[in-house]
Ligand binder design. Sequence first.
Ligand SMILES: CC(=O)N[C@H]1[C@@H](OP(=O)(O)OP(=O)(O)OC[C@H]2O[C@@H](n3ccc(=O)[nH]c3=O)[C@H](O)[C@@H]2O)O[C@H](CO)[C@@H](O)[C@@H]1O
Ligand SMILES: C=C(OP(=O)(O)O)C(=O)O
Length: 421
Amino acid sequence: MGYYVVEGGRKIGGEFQVHGSKNAVLPLLAASILAEDEVVLENCPLIADLFVSLDILRSLGCTVKLDGRTVIIDSRRLDGTEVGEEMVSKMRSSVLYLGALLGRKKEAKLGHPGGCAIGRRPIDLHLKAFEKMGVVITEENEIFCCKAPLLLGYHIYLEYPSVGATENILLLAVKAEGTTVIHNAAREPEIVCLARFLRACGAEIYGEGTPTIMVEGVRRLHGAYFTVPFDRIEAGTFLCATAATGGEIRLLGAERQQMEGTLEVLEQMGCGLRYGQDSVFLQAPKRLLSDFTLTTGPYPAFPTDMQPMVMSLLTLARGTCMISETVFEARFQHADALCRMGANIQKQGRNAVVFGVERLHGAVVTGSDLRGGAALLIAALAAEGESRIYGSSYVERGYEKIEEALTCLGGRVRLKKGWNE
Ligand SMILES: CC(=O)N[C@H]1[C@@H](OP(=O)(O)OP(=O)(O)OC[C@H]2O[C@@H](n3ccc(=O)[nH]c3=O)[C@H](O)[C@@H]2O)O[C@H](CO)[C@@H](O)[C@@H]1O
Ligand SMILES: C=C(OP(=O)(O)O)C(=O)O
């Protein structure tokens, strides 16, 4: 099991070019199998989830090339309809291959998707919508077997604006006969990105970014060139690392509009923020401030994916903050590890109260999910002394060489593979 060794107490700062977005590129890779010509995706982040996605595409018969940060996918010879259990168990967004394969081959087989254990994460909303659109679903040995003799557009009302369900319905609807309307659709920037990509491939989609998305099905999608947008969560992570350590940073390639939820909180905590056309500048305050409440929610509310890293910041702020996690029911696992580093956090169900302390100290801790691991890295950078953070494979799912990036920005972070190194 890999771990990070972090020497705390050094300021993070300088300039950082934000990578392409994990949660944007993964749906695009799944969507590429709907296109019956070559798809070229530029600015791909070189993260573990991308490599799992490329393995899935190859296993389905696609030709895949990776050239620097550009991925070229040719799915003309796609012949598979089943995604192997090993790949499905590694990554949540593998569930999107259900919609994409059904759209392309009218058939798909896939197990329960894996990913970070931050709650139950059922896929009932995806499956209910599929059934309404004509998909026949049976479950055998925990594998969903889906067949779509005829895919028909439908009015789908989502009980919750699920990101994954909205994406899966889009993937199906672009190839269904007639009109699909998704009511109470997710509005995240990654939904907008997927809709724009599908449109570049010839799909007819209207209203992405609003709660109502309309899709007119088409017979065929063609290839496209597309650039993956910046990762708003990676950007937020580097802002938090800087704020926690008292530094100054300029993020290149980051856009303010998509990060408002996070930026508002950083401002409330006393950070100085300035914006360029394609950049965000943060200056940490002498002491971070708290004394407010923070509630996660679907976009444009404060994003649940930033909650762990902001919790690390709050542990060092003057004052008290109550965090309500409304999206995932088990997303406070990092709090116990933060307490081992000297934080004062009381958890109760979906709420956590963070009482700010003057300082944290280094410790040996384990991150048990992607953002929880990132939160511990931030706490360790700000702490006095050395920390070891186990569970680096979770962090590697969504951050490209974060240890190198943080070291270039003035931190001291090393990645070690294996328990005894
Ligand atoms: C790869 C990817 O893009 N992952 C993101 C995506 O995950 P993901 O697409 O899994 O998140 P959802 O928006 O679907 O989930 C939100 C909530 O809805 C529940 N739910 C969802 C679907 C369903 O059929 N039934 C159901 O009950 C989930 O258990 C969760 O409590 O959006 C989340 C919410 O912004 C982010 O934290 C993840 O980083
Ligand atoms: C929860 C996350 O990812 P996933 O949905 O891929 O598990 C995340 O990116 O924070």
